[in-house]
Design a protein around this ligand. Structure first.
Ligand SMILES: *Cc1c(COP(=O)(O)O)cnc(C)c1O
Length: 480
């Protein structure tokens, strides 16, 4: 069994095995004609259940053969131009090379003595990102597993920096369109059930700063403490960007921590043409960025950045075996001092490879392309009488619904849209997302693939309309 350990004696075996795996994925990429096969859990479960995990196959080629049936054949492929579902991006090759390197070397970024140069590379990227945001000379941060963890850590710092330790008094203000990880974080941080104050959005799905101001004043009058305002720069559903300058001014006025959740919108930091959409982000106390959303990085790649690096001490604990206190005096860079995680992947290497090969402009231009495509798609939807579209996109999402002529009840329209989404997924021809707007069922395109064209969008709209019409037609038959 030692032949499976990666070391000096097995370098050749490593080369062959990994090449075999890469070869199969490459073949898959070259021959995949649909983003999905439409396989159901019932289709796949028997084969996965039937695998006897106590009887190994013994060699990589056999395990890869088996994987073809269990996973690769029916995986959901984000690189396909008709994958328009969630916030998943096709990945850039330099990042995939980085992924292969980091998993083989297997550095752990908790301490210098498990990573050496890896720690310095991560630190450079934290500084680079903070510089693009404009957080100033004291900024710092750390890579995380994703936006959820970044938001949690930012709110932990905000809680610790709040002027009171009375958790029942603390309030977090965020828009009704913000990510659910804000709510989740509040619970994990021991805040009360009413800690999160939801601020309504305007027609463009941006936080209404007038209402925010009124709510801040109301809470202050009630003796409550505004712990944080969480602005979203790129809401998950609409890509809308909250009015950051107004929110920053209110945060300053009320002494609240300003967190900007730019999990989605962070791609603008690299955009050669749209960076100004993030104006005001430089006034944040903390920022969430998900490189695995708009920097075309493989999952996971994310970071939390803070204006004042000293606040990261709220995540610092010392263990004699790992990062004893003396290492601080010795100025040994141990990233675990800044992180909620201990053992931690060297995900930063993927972004490093990307920037070294393509440069920031290269990544930013890809994100610009999908934003341009969304604007084009909005034009198509707005001109199409079969569809109702919610907002002109700021980033790269389109939220819309199929609307039949008069006669169908709102419930039937909801069901027709839901049916169209499911039928499309089952056909594998395209993958789209769904969401609710004002209680009604809508559909969503999240455009993150620069290979997707306006022709793809038009074709998928025809498919959706076909499924919805068929559903309504059949319903009519059943009803009569
Ligand atoms: C995706 C997303 C998150 C959560 O990030 P994960 O990487 O999925 O944990 C948080 N906020 C926003 C606005 C998001 O779009």
């Amino acid at each position: 069994m030692r032949s499976h350990l990666l070391n000096d004696a097995t370098a050749e075996q490593y080369r062959r095995s990994v090449t075999d795996g890469v070869e199969r994925v490459a073949r898959k990429l070259a021959t995949t004609r649909r983003p999905f096969t439409g396989a159901t859990p019932d289709d796949l479960a028997p084969a996965v259940s039937a695998v006897d995990l106590d009887r190994p196959l013994g060699d990589t080629a056999a395990a890869l053969d088996e994987l073809e049936d269990l996973y690769l054949r029916d995986a959901v492929y984000f690189h396909h131009p008709r994958y328009l579902g969630h916030l998943n991006c096709p990945v850039v090759i330099p990042a995939v090379v980085g992924e292969a390197v980091l998993s083989a070397v297997n550095s752990s970024l908790d301490t210098w003595d498990q990573s050496a140069g890896g720690t310095l590379i991560e630190r450079r990227l934290v500084d680079w990102t903070a510089g693009r945001i404009g957080l100033g000379p004291a900024a710092d941060g750390v890579f995380t597993s994703g936006g959820t963890q970044s938001n949690l850590q930012a709110l932990l710092l905000a809680r610790e920096e709040a002027p009171t330790g009375d958790l029942a008094k603390l309030r977090i203000f965020t828009s009704e369109c913000s990510h659910f990880s804000v709510q989740k974080s509040a619970r994990l941080l021991g805040l009360g059930r009413s800690a999160v104050v939801s601020i309504p959005c305007d027609g463009d799905r941006r936080m209404q700063s007038v209402v925010l101001a009124a709510e801040l004043a109301r809470c202050a009058a009630e003796g409550l403490v505004p712990m944080a305002i969480v602005a979203t720069a790129g809401t998950t559903d609409f890509g809308s960007i909250d009015p950051l300058p107004e929110i920053a001014a209110l945060a300053a006025e009320y002494g609240a921590w300003m967190h900007v959740d730019a999990a989605y919108g962070c791609g603008l930091l690299a955009s050669p043409t749209r960076r100004r959409l993030l104006d005001g982000i430089e006034r944040a106390d903390s920022v969430t960025v998900d490189y695995h959303k708009s920097f075309f990085q493989p999952v996971s790649s994310s970071a939390v950045l803070v204006r004042d690096g000293a606040t990261l001490r709220h995540a610092t604990y010392h263990a004699d075996y790992l990062n004893p206190r003396r290492t601080v005096a010795e100025r040994i860079p141990n990233q675990v001092d800044k992180s909620l995680q201990t053992t931690r992947r060297f995900d930063a290497l993927k972004l490093w490879m990307t920037l070294r090969v393509m440069g920031a402009d290269g990544v930013g231009r890809l994100f610009d392309e999908v934003c341009d495509l969304a604007a084009e798609g909005y034009g198509l939807l707005a001109a199409d009488p079969r569809y109702d579209v919610v907002v002109r996109p700021s980033l790269s999402t389109l939220v819309f619904r199929y609307v039949p002529g008069p006669g169908a009840s709102p419930e039937e329209v909801d069901r027709a849209n839901l049916h169209a989404r499911k039928a499309l997924f089952a056909s594998g021809e395209a993958v789209v997302a769904g969401t609710k707007v004002d209680g009604r069922q809508y559909l969503k395109f999240t455009l993150l693939n620069p290979e997707t064209t306006a022709h793809d969008i038009a074709a998928v709209l025809d498919l959706i309309a076909g499924h919805a019409e068929q559903y309504l037609g059949e319903n009519l038959v059943h009803a009569s």
